[in-house]
Structure formats: structure tokens, C-alpha cells
Design a protein around this ligand. Structure first.
Ligand SMILES: C[S@@+](CC[C@H](N)C(=O)[O-])C[C@H]1O[C@@H](n2cnc3c(N)ncnc32)[C@H](O)[C@@H]1O
Length: 363
């Protein structure tokens, strides 16, 4: 992918799919966090001009649109902070923003500058005053890999209810890993928060996989839930990767729900590769695969509860509760799984349901 030079550029189909996920996730995030917090912050650190060449909305316009549509369920202040390095794009963004009517509790700022410098400064002063950052969703969407220091993402994630959605250009990183200019390699070192990535260049194995795994493990060291999505085209070629890192169980769930809703007939699709041994395509019926995954996880554990299975499925896999129900139904029908008639709360279990209180034993 070549980096566009014009102020506005053409929207790629895969960016459209990424926007669909962002839109769906924010439709959950704004109401959930906007109801109980006096202030929430949406940062678009690489905001772009707010629109594409043929009139499609850019990420800032999408975020504002979603928030305006959910304005009644958000009572506290919503701060939108857009950062864009190029003045021509920023000027265009400002025009776009001026055309949107926003309610009084929205505070919209579009600034010229570099994400890591601007956000680093604000975070620095919040930390110096020993204050907490308000619940923040940071969309970090660069063309390449410079200006996304891991140390900054780590600091962001150390604040409660703060999360990051990051476009991770692992192919570009791979191509520049042995660049002769120190400055270029330094951006990579910063993005990973250490020189392990550079060492990968000299080691054995698939570099793309290793770089991806390294980033995943770095994020996992600072966030409880890390999901990693591959953007693939119809020919199944990987385009790029999106990482979502959060400490919120509910946020993690909502992001997975957004993924499962992406139009499976669209030109591009996401797949989940968080578990390296298991590539999850969002369009396939996962019943069989999930049934065997759950069986492997719990077969040797004796009698367990529906709660244990649900939390495993929701927190440790790409799947949702509805997929779990289908998988457990299949297991019960094939007599691999026995579900007791009386639940842990002393009540009778309804057929074909697997509530948290159900008692389950694999044969
Ligand atoms: C991939 S585009 C963003 C697209 C936008 N997020 C969207 O989805 O519509 C990256 C943008 O970041 C800008 N940019 C590049 N380096 C930057 C930096 N260090 N800080 C902020 N903006 C930067 C580029 O000029 C470009 O407009």
C-alpha cells in the first residue's frame, strides 16, 4: 500500500470494513461509558481529513455521527480530540467538523501536531498531578509505524477504563526492519518498546508471525484483553492487522460483537488470529470448532458450571455466548456432554439452555 500524498485520498474497501467495526464498537462504547462517567474521551490520534475523495466519511466524522445518534444516552461530557500532522488535512477536517451540529455536552477539538507528542504532553501533566485520565478510547491509525511508541500506549492502558484500537502495519515493519538508517529502525524499536523486534530480523522463522506475536505479547503485558484481527481480502491475502487492547471485559465482548456483525458478503473481511493455533473467520458457522475447543478445555475437569464455560468463551476466545449455546447443544445431543436437571441454585434447568448455574460434565 503506498502512502497517499493528496489532502483527500480514495477510500480502500478494507478501510471501509475497519470503519464499520469502529462504528459498531463506538455505538456500544459511547452509551456504556457515557452514562456513568461525568467525562469520557475519544482520541483519534491520526485523524486524517475527515472525509475521503469520493465523499465517504473518515473516522472523525464517523465517531461524531455515532455519538450524535446516541446523545440521549450519554449524559456526561464527551471530549473528542482529533490530532493530525498535516495542515491541509487538518484544515479540511475543521471544515467537516464545523458542518456537524453537536450537542452542548460534546467538546470537539482538532489540533495540528503529532499524536505521540501531543498526547504524551497531556498524559505527562495528568500523571505529574497524580490525576487519572478520564475513560478514553484511542484510535491509533497511522499509515506506517512511526509515532506510535509502545511506552505511550502502555501509559494510556495503565489508566482505568482506557483502551486502544491500533492499526499495526506489520508488513511495513518487516520491510524496514533492516533499513540502513538508524532513524527508521529507531521508530520500530520505539513501537515495540525495545529492540526485540530488530533481533527478529536476524533470527529464524516467519518474521511477520514473529513480529505480530511480539506485539501481541507486549500489549498483553499491559492489558488484560488483547485481540488481534487480520484484515484479509477475498483472495485471503492479509492486508494489515488491528489490535484492540482493553482491561474491560465488557469492552472486549463488544469489540467481538462488532467483528461478528461485519458484512460477511463485503469485499473484505476480518479474521481473528489471537490464538495462533486457531484462525477464526467471522463468516463461518463456528459450532463444531468451538464444541471441540470447549470439550478440550473442560473434559478433564469433572463437573463444571455454565459460568466457567461462558467466561472461557467470552474472555479467551473470539466467540460469543450465542456460539457457546450452539456448541453445547451439539455436545449434549451427541451425548458427549451431560447437563444435570437441577442447577446450582436448586432450580430446574430448561432444555437446550446453558445458564451460568448449569452443571456440566463431559463424558
Ligand atoms: C491512515 S490515515 C488516517 C485515516 C483516518 N483515521 C480515517 O480512518 O479516516 C493517517 C493520517 O495520519 C496523519 N499523520 C501522519 N503522522 C502523524 C502523526 N505522527 N500524528 C498525527 N497524525 C499523523 C496523516 O497525515 C494521515 O492523515
Amino acid at each position: 500500500m503506498t502512502t497517499p500524498k493528496e489532502t483527500l485520498w480514495e477510500l480502500d474497501p478494507h478501510t471501509k470494513a475497519k470503519h464499520e467495526i469502529l462504528r459498531r464498537y463506538l455505538a456500544a462504547w459511547f452509551p456504556i461509558l457515557g452514562t456513568y462517567n461525568s467525562r469520557i474521551v475519544y482520541i483519534d490520534g491520526f485523524s486524517g481529513p475527515g472525509r475521503y475523495k469520493n465523499g465517504e466519511p473518515g473516522s472523525p466524522t464517523i465517531a461524531l455521527d455515532v455519538a450524535v445518534n446516541h446523545r440521549k444516552s450519554t449524559t456526561g461530557e464527551i471530549v473528542f480530540w482529533f490530532i493530525e500532522e498535516r495542515d491541509d488535512r487538518l484544515a479540511h477536517l475543521k471544515q467537516e467538523l464545523a458542518a456537524v451540529r453537536v450537542p452542548a455536552h460534546f467538546k470537539v477539538t482538532a489540533e495540528s501536531g503529532r499524536f505521540h507528542e501531543k498526547f504524551g504532553k497531556v498524559l505527562g501533566s495528568i500523571e505529574a498531578d497524580k490525576n487519572a485520565l478520564a475513560p478514553t478510547f484511542a484510535f491509533i491509525d497511522p499509515f506506517g509505524f512511526s509515532g506510535i511508541p509502545f511506552s505511550l500506549i502502555e501509559r494510556l492502558l495503565s489508566h482505568k477504563r482506557c483502551e486502544a484500537f491500533i492499526t499495526f502495519m506489520v508488513d511495513a515493519i518487516n520491510r524496514f526492519l533492516e533499513h540502513p538508517e538508524d532513524k527508521v529502525v529507531q521508530h520500530i524499536v520505539e513501537a515495540f518498546g525495545g529492540d526485540e523486534a530488530v533481533k527478529i530480523a536476524k533470527g529464524p522463522g516467519d518474521r511477520i508471525v514473529k513480529l505480530r506475536e511480539l506485539y501481541q505479547s507486549k500489549l498483553s503485558s499491559v492489558a488484560k484483553y488483547v485481540r488481534f484481527f487480520e484484515m484479509r481480502d477475498r483472495q485471503d491475502r492479509t492486508q494489515y492487522y488491528m489490535f484492540f487492547a482493553t482491561n474491560s471485559e465488557l469492552g472486549h465482548l463488544k469489540m467481538k460483537e462488532a467483528m461478528w456483525k461485519v458484512d460477511p458478503d463485503g469485499d473484505f473481511r476480518f479474521s481473528d488470529a489471537t490464538n495462533p493455533g486457531q484462525l477464526v473467520l467471522f463468516e463461518a458457522d463456528p459450532t463444531k470448532v468451538l464444541a471441540s475447543q470447549v470439550r478440550d478445555q473442560f473434559r478433564a475437569k469433572g463437573t463444571i458450571t455454565g459460568f466457567q464455560v461462558r467466561t472461557f468463551v467470552e474472555n479467551r476466545t473470539a466467540y460469543l455466548k450465542k456460539h457457546m449455546t450452539g456448541a453445547l447443544k451439539q455436545e449434549e445431543e451427541s451425548r458427549s456432554l451431560k447437563v444435570e436437571a437441577i442447577k446450582t441454585d436448586g432450580k430446574r434447568r430448561r432444555a437446550n439452555t446453558f445458564p451460568d448455574e448449569a452443571r456440566l460434565t463431559w463424558a
